[in-house]
Design a binder for this molecule. Structure first.
Ligand SMILES: [Zn+2]
Length: 321
């Protein structure tokens, strides 16, 4: 007889039951209610953690995670599922792009965080210690931010540990998104899924949607992927229909703005570009070119920022190799 309770910040669920509610999280003196689903399966199994909305303006993943949390039936689940559908509620409510308002930091660059740090650093620390530490497998859902368009993709980071990498690869292949970016974990810091991988948790990042829109197709891709991973891990029922074989990209190259200016792209997301190809320019309001953009490598334009306004250091686009 299974006796393991699933607990998070004062909420708990006995085996075969589920709980949904909010947990009060205090970071840098600010207390914010964090919505969570706890689903403790009737059967034995691992713990899957799903987070969405680490970036507050990425809406399809928030809706997908909430639907996933609501759909889970503990009677047919083996193991535990923790879903945090809006993992950065302050940024969500503020409709913030990239950063979290109290300190202007990017939560997806702050993991594993710092208890005594600024709001975002302390928030990352709480999530890491209380949520991610419980995971045997982890899905972090994103989308293009409010000024980004993208081709749906999954990414994961090779740790060099065969067991961890095998599970992460299986999760990425099962999820159902065709384009998969595989990189080495070495040198990657701050991202939620990279921080989880660093402590031995097989972790994937998935992205669909963008530009501040939430659309049913992106929500469907992201929610269905979670159910497919649940099935792949032997924790939940099979999802009808086959997924397309993945196309693996062994890395990506980002272009960034070197000026404050206006961005005139010459390629679109989904384009396959060649090394040296014209990708547009940064200019000022007088029409003078500040930066000419050429593709440093060939590959698929995986995401592109759609904002006319550009600041020094901002990402412009990524090319998947
Ligand atoms: Zn994001």
């Amino acid at each position: 007889m299974k006796t393991r309770m699933l607990a998070l910040g004062g909420l708990d669920a006995a085996p075969g039951t589920r709980r949904q509610g909010t947990v009060d999280v205090t970071a840098a003196g600010i207390t914010v209610p964090l919505p969570v689903f706890l689903v403790n399966g009737a059967g034995e199994g691992p713990t899957l953690v799903v987070t969405a909305g680490i970036h507050g303006g990425e809406y399809p993943c928030v809706e997908a995670a909430a639907r996933f949390g609501r759909a889970l039936d503990p009677a047919v689940i083996s193991g535990q599922v923790i879903v945090v559908p809006s993992a950065n509620p302050v940024a969500f409510r503020a409709r913030a792009i990239y950063v979290t308002p109290p300190d202007g930091k990017n939560l997806n660059r702050e993991f594993p965080g710092s208890a005594g740090g600024t709001f975002t650093e302390a928030w990352a620390h709480w999530l890491f210690e209380n949520v991610l530490r419980q995971a045997d497998a982890y899905i972090d859902m994103h989308g293009g931010d409010m000024i980004e368009a993208l081709v749906p993709f999954t990414a994961w980071n090779r740790t060099g540990d065969a067991r961890i990498d095998d599970v992460a690869r299986r999760m990425a292949e099962a999820y159902g998104i065709v384009h998969v970016v595989e990189r080495d974990l070495e040198g990657l810091y701050g991202m939620t899924h990279a921080a989880a991988a660093r402590v031995g948790v097989p972790a994937i990042l998935t992205e669909a949607g963008g530009q501040g829109v939430w659309d049913e197709e992106s929500v469907r891709i992201l929610e269905e992927g979670c159910h497919r991973v649940l099935a792949e891990l032997g924790m939940g029922p099979a999802v009808p229909g086959a997924v397309e074989p993945v196309v693996v990209h062994p890395g990506w190259t980002w272009l960034r703005s070197e000026h404050d200016g206006l961005y005139y792209p010459a390629a679109a997301v989904g384009d396959v570009v060649e090394a040296g190809q014209d990708l547009g320019r940064l200019a000022n309001l007088w029409g003078e070119t500040l930066q000419s953009l050429t593709a440093p490598v060939g590959g698929l334009v995986l995401f592109q920022v759609t904002s006319l306004a550009m600041n020094t250091g901002d990402p412009l686009l990524a090319i998947a190799h």
